[in-house]
Structure formats: C-alpha cells, structure tokens
Design a binder for this molecule. Structure first.
Ligand code: AMP
Length: 217
C-alpha cells in the first residue's frame, strides 16, 4: 500500500508512522528525518537544509524533490511505502505525481491528522527524540523512565532545535499557505481520510487502523 500521511508538526505523524510501518511492513520515508540525518552527517545537503530548518522554514522545493524522488525509486519501496512530510507544497505535489507516474505507482490513500493548537503546543515543546534510535518521548505525557535517556536503547534524548512555540507559529502559518492546498488537492481527488489527532495516541491509532482496514476490506 502506498500511503501519504499529513498533518502539522506535532500532529503525531512520527508516532503513527512508526505503527503503520510495523503493521504493513513498509518503509517509512520522512523528508524531515532525511534532512536531520544529512545534518548529522554534515553533508552539503545537510548544511543547506539546516539554514532553513533552524528558522522554521521549508527547504527549497528543488532540493527536497530530488532527495525524495531518489528515495522512492529504491527497491524497498516496490511493495509500498509510507511517505511523511512530503509533498508539502503544490510544486512538490506536481513533481511527486509525475514521479509516481514515471515509476508506474499510484498513491492509495492520504491520511490527514487534525489537531487543536493547544494540544500541538504541548506536544511540540515537550517532544524529545533519541539521538540513536529516533524513539519519540514527551516530558508531559510520555516520559522516559530515566530523564534524558531512551528506554529502548539507552541513547541520549534531545530536543529538536525547531520545537519551540515561536517556530510552531511560523510553521503553522506556512502550513496554512503552502500545505493546505496540497490537502485540498487530494480531498478533491477523494483520496483523504480525516483523523482526529487531538485524542490520546491509542485512540488515534484505533481510528486510523479502522479506516485503513475499511479501505482494504
Ligand atoms: P518534519 O520532521 O516533517 O517536521 O520536518 C522538519 C523540517 O524539515 C521542516 O520544518 C522543514 O524545514 C524541513 N522539511 C521537511 N520536509 C520538507 C518538505 N517536504 N519540503 C520542504 N522542507 C521540508
């Protein structure tokens, strides 16, 4: 199954993506995570992306499109993929649709996670990630057993430099301008399932699973 998951930062895309990936055994392709990896590796792409990400801005379309297109062409995407964080602009959407045609693939479904601002703010400012395995925690409602240490692998937890209220506001404005048209485009095609992502994680996952099962069955 080829799935696209959408939602503003903090909507829980990363958490739901992990579950979908396990459930359907498909690769999780996150453009944000690809950029963060490039930043960690200090590659030319990483250095460029960092200048935008640190200011809560989108990385330019051409760079982003090339990076994701190359990833989608890899053999592990043959039996499906879960795309997260891309396409985020209409230019990226046009390039993505064309790339899918060229690869003779079709997007099956778009999941849109909807969430209230207050919930978002708590999630964003409380979010901590493991440097080593990428596990996600929250200092308000999903604390690690030992502060600053990953329960799973013992790795050090860190806060993303763009996870602040100020950056959240910038990202939301940008989302409204650039990404909402993408969602509207897929709504127009009848491909979107809407999920209330303000709920606790297990409830969001149950709704999501039900919607995906209804699609398959
Ligand atoms: P995310 O992990 O999806 O929240 O992405 C983190 C940051 O990476 C974003 O705020 C952008 O700066 C950048 N980014 C991720 N995906 C894209 C994309 N599709 N287009 C442009 N910038 C992106």
């Amino acid at each position: 199954m080829n799935i696209l998951i959408m939602g503003v930062a903090g909507a829980g895309k990363g958490t739901m993506a992990e579950r979908i990936k396990e459930h359907y055994n498909i690769p999780h392709i996150s453009s944000g995570e690809m950029f963060r990896e490039a930043i960690r590796q200090e590659t030319p792409l990483g250095k460029l992306a960092k200048q935008y990400i640190d200011h809560g801005l989108l990385v330019p379309d051409d760079v982003t499109i090339t990076m994701v297109k190359e990833r989608l062409a890899k053999p592990d995407c043959t039996n499906g993929y879960l795309l997260d964080g891309f396409p985020r602009t209409m230019i990226q959407t046009g390039a993505f649709e064309k790339a899918m045609d060229d690869l003779d693939k079709k997007l099956d479904i778009v999941i849109n996670l909807n969430v209230d601002f207050e919930v978002l703010e708590e999630r964003i400012t409380g979010r901590r990630l493991c440097k080593d395995c990428g596990a996600i925690y929250n200092i308000h409602n999903h604390k690690p057993k030992i502060e600053g240490v990953c329960d799973i692998c013992g790795g050090e937890l860190y806060q993303r430099s763009d996870d602040t209220t100020n950056q959240l506001r910038i990202r939301l404005t940008e989302y409204e301008h650039l990404t909402k048209p993408v969602i509207d485009f897929y709504i127009g095609k009848g491909d979107v399932i809407q999920i209330d992502a303000s709920q606790p994680v297990e409830d969001v996952w149950n709704d999501l699973k039900k919607a995906l099962e209804a699609l398959n069955g």
